[in-house]
Design a protein around this ligand. Structure first.
Ligand code: AHR
Length: 506
């Protein structure tokens, strides 16, 4: 069967916010220590302790933002422990993640230096669960205020004269769970209070993100949205917070038995893809609730944790969440991006969990050989980066579509999204069928495309992955199964493959 679709290349939809290609780095396992940060005395090339090969690899992705310091860690992190001379910084226990000792050598200044090296925007997740309003307020002041005040003097004494620019600010994390076990009503009041004292200094305007729901808990989102419409005070020009977050992980099994990252059956693979595709239902559901209170779509959705979550690799610390990453993970990512592009009107940011060595990572570093491996998921981010800040284009599917029944669900096995930017068209296509190729014919209307370049990410098996010994088992290659004729773009998709097609709009 040939899959048919129509794209009107001259009808621009909402802009795909580049921040949906955002990232997340938590003090968890080997994400920070041994991942991003190896310390100044390491024999691995570094700048101020930050691992330079990791920085170089991520720069190729144009990552738009980096969320830090957690996750659950954020709500037990006290920022003042991570500033000043390293030898004076107190040690704390990372109770959420393995009970390991955290020496606080990677703190505020190191994180901001990392963002500068990456050319990315910081997204700081503040501590509501075990912190205070004053502590969070002073962190904002320390980072972003110019002039003279105790916090600013302290920053200058620690070597940073100029304030930094920080826009994205999280008011806690998973406050329904590890971030304080609060009810929605209780947290909504806290969010207002914390938001009040996270000030805008000078031209640094914070974009405050209220800690949102888990999965399909629409009631949580509704409670947060209701709190925004309380404002009797005419002097308030902006809502208390500009976005609400949501977390959604792709878990094929149960929390107790999530399954292995590299050993799985076709049935488990299809279940995984159904779970990934449910991101569409998730975003639609939260957006519908938000539409009731904010039809102008001023408040954004921030999906600040997403990705696959498997059992940890055998022999590794269960608290470190270290997992391999296969072609299956890459297809989970590509399906998410198609959904993100479709929800460009409300989704302002998304952050994959997590960037290095934790969950669905871009980069795995080997503790022994110190080698760095780029994962299949990394390549999806790279192949798709042209969608950042591009105008979304609607993809209308025509006629019968390939699908398969998976339990009670129907999985469409071809996923497509498209965008245009700077006169160029980018189409992303995923064939989720484990065993059969698909041919897609897209009727381009309102223009055609020329000078087409196509890349393909696939492998012999869905379980294939990259290791220091075989770093390119799953890596993009030029794809010649693409043609354009009479305004029709034809793309051949081998089984379990991800393809991008780019060209100039003519
Ligand atoms: O990403 C790992 C953890 O998952 C985060 O710390 C937490 O927010 C979520 O439960």
């Amino acid at each position: 069967m040939t899959v048919s679709a129509v794209i009107n290349v001259d009808i621009e939809g909402p802009k795909i916010n580049r921040h949906v290609y955002g990232h997340f780095a938590e003090h968890l396992g080997r994400c920070i220590y041994g991942g991003f940060y190896v310390g100044e005395d390491s024999d691995i090339p570094n700048e101020g302790g930050i691992r330079l090969d990791v920085v170089e690899a991520l720069k190729a992705l144009d990552i738009p933002n980096l969320r830090w310091p957690g996750g659950c860690f954020a709500d037990e992190y006290h920022w003042r422990d991570g500033i000043g001379p390293k030898e004076d910084r107190p040690v704390m226990v990372n109770t959420h993640w393995g009970g390991v000792e955290e020496n606080n050598h990677f703190g505020t200044h190191e994180f901001m230096a990392l963002c500068e090296l990456l050319g990315t925007e910081p997204y700081i997740s503040g501590n509501v669960g075990s912190g205070t309003v004053q502590e969070m307020s002073e962190w904002v002041e320390y980072l972003t205020r110019d002039g003279d005040s105790p916090a600013v003097r302290q920053r200058k004494a620690n070597g940073r004269e100029e304030p930094w620019k920080v826009k994205y600010w999280g008011l806690g994390n998973e406050t329904w769970g590890c971030g304080g076990n609060m009810s929605a009503e209780q947290y909504a009041l806290e969010a207002r209070r914390y938001a009040t004292y996270c000030r805008d200094y000078g031209d640094n305007k914070l974009y405050r993100i209220a800690a949102g729901a888990s999965d399909f808990s629409y009631g949580w989102t509704e409670t947060l949205m209701k709190q925004l419409s309380h404002l009797g005070c005419q002097r308030v020009e902006r809502p208390m917070y500009q976005a609400v977050s949501v977390h959604y992980y792709t878990i094929a099994g149960t929390w107790a038995d999530k399954g292995a990252a590299t050993v799985f059956t076709d049935d488990e693979y299809y279940t995984t893809m159904v779970k990934a595709a449910r991101t569409d239902e998730l975003l639609t559901g939260h957006a519908n609730v938000m539409d009731l209170y904010d039809p102008q779509k001023e408040i954004g959705i921030v999906l600040d944790e997403w990705g696959t979550w498997w059992d940890v690799e055998p022999g590794t610390n269960p608290g470190f969440l270290y997992q391999q990453n296969t072609l299956r993970d890459a297809l989970v990512a590509s399906v998410h991006f198609d959904v993100f592009h479709k929800h460009a009107d409300r989704l302002v940011m998304a952050n994959i969990a997590q960037t290095v060595n934790v969950l669905q990572a871009m980069i795995l570093t080997d503790p022994e050989s110190k080698a760095l491996v780029l994962t299949p998921t990394y390549h999806v981010f790279r192949m798709n980066k042209g969608h950042q800040d591009a105008a979304s284009l609607r993809v209308d599917r025509v006629g019968e579509q390939p699908s398969r029944e998976v339990g009670d669900a129907t999985l469409e096995t071809v996923s497509v999204s498209a965008s245009r930017k700077d006169g160029r068209l980018l189409v992303s296509l995923s064939n989720l069928d484990a065993g059969a190729a698909q041919d897609v014919e897209i009727d381009l209307r309102g223009g055609s495309v020329e000078g087409v370049e196509a890349l393909i990410l696939t492998a012999g098996a869905l379980q294939d992955h990259n290791t220091p010994e075989a770093p390119e088992s799953v890596a993009p290659r030029a794809h010649d199964g693409v043609s354009v004729e009479g305004g029709k773009l034809r793309v051949h998709l081998p089984a379990h493959s991800f393809v991008t097609v780019a060209g100039a709009i003519a």
